[in-house]
Write a protein that binds this ligand. Sequence first.
Ligand code: OOB
Length: 535
Amino acid sequence: MLAGCTAWPLEIANAYRQADCWRDETFGSMLRNRAQIYGDRIAITSENQHVSYRELDAKVDQLVTGFVNLGIRKNDRVIVQLPNDIEFFQVCFALFRLGALPVLALPTHRYNEISYFSQFAGAVAYVVPQTYLGCDYMPIARRVREEVSSLQHVIVANGYTTEFTSLSELYVQAQMNQCEVKAGDVAFFQLSGGSTGLSKLIPRTHDDYIYSLRMSNEVCQITEESVYLAVLPVAHNFPLSSPGVLGILYAGGRVVLSTSPSPDVAFPLIERERVTITAMVPPIALIWLEAIKTRTFDFSSLKVLQVGGAKLSEESAKRIQPAFGCVLQQVYGMAEGLVNYTRLNDSEDVIFQTQGRPMSPFDEIRIVDHNDQEVEQGEIGELLTRGPYTIRGYYLAEEHNAKSFTTDGFYRTGDLVRLSSEGNIIVSGRAKDQINRGGEKFAAEEVENHLLAHADILDVAIVSMPDAFLGERSCAFIIKRGQAPTLAKIKSFLQERGLAIYKIPDRVEIVDTFPLTPLGKVSKKALRQRFFKQT
Ligand code: OOB
């Protein structure tokens, strides 16, 4: 395995192979095979563009040659920051086929995140649109190109550039390229939500990720007739693989890409494209539930609406089926691996009240107390997990891995959960110091570290506060040094530092002191209780 990654122990890897979890498939060969089977069937639709399986495969081959001509080689890291567009998949599959490793950044990431990923991963290239949703990415590209010595190429996906390489120029006549990619190799990197400091890089192999697609397809009953509407950013694990775009391509179905989750865009797409399944985070489900009240669309094709990424309230869960006439599926997953689903034929109680159960019989879960002892059935504890598609370590993070994984390879999710009597997981809280703002996650510490650099701030604690729409928003509790900084000042300070907007605090509270735990650490629990009891 790539240096800096943690492999599964040999005997366990062999067991996964013997159990037919890992079938020695790579993404490159999978696409080739699907092109042979499904030929002219449409694989992906995006706005007025369509690409068939055969065309996708051919475009990918052209791009492999274009990338090779640039000097991109096996195991090279490439930051890919593309929106929901066919090019996202052409770029990723070309890199997969070449054995180069996409680092899947989100369109909402800004200078701060991109520069860190590039530096940390030693990336050789950065693939980025010129502009998207009002953001001009070129100043970010310029700065990162200048500062990160490994970064040789900025490849611009839409728009015209003389300064950098245009992606469109890299579709050249395909040559036979000798790229030996093995199923056990790392295929790409997902990003963690972060619990201490910055996001960690999550290495996913062809073997493990393709297995997760197969299991997701089975649980979600995906066939070649399925039509998946992607409204969430496809770089994220949920719309990418649960079963997401890649699951659908694995099954020979059709993917419809939406650049926005807005009902104005998504509802007509569902009607026109006869969408059968889509996925969203809870705040989007709330927007859709409101929008459907005043609009009439033909949703008769829609069979499954998945909600995940953050906790869906029982009240909202109950409204989905009557409003859209389809089954709700709750999805509780993580970029590190484990994905839990409610099953399509589960009872209403299970679908409304739980976040489902692991998708694979080989997923092992333990719910433990502070001493790593298993709690009684039905008690709350931290969820630990290991299995055929859950990583054994973050990339180049030895010290952090020692804390995030048990010695016998279980990943500590940082989620507090309990099991229902039927064995379904109910997410009940969080042990990690993370904010989950409507599905967008970040470590409190990352933002705290930025704010500590502010001249007027002596100390700061970022704390989640309950919010009816997003589930959580973030509040910065500040002990001031000079003048009390206002929310507006904090916002512009963090924006100037190039922080993604979703990490910027929603509220600022100036305090004199922080409540402390018996060990003398800041008690975020006490802060939360003191300020947000009534909300
Ligand atoms: C998904 O992946 P990530 O990596 O963005 O976030 C994982 C974390 C979990 O550890 C948990 O804290 C939270 O997000 N979470 C949920 C949840 N789904 C995720 N909390 C409560 N209820 C849920 N349904 O978010 C992700 C990856 C694959 C599939 C679905 C979601």
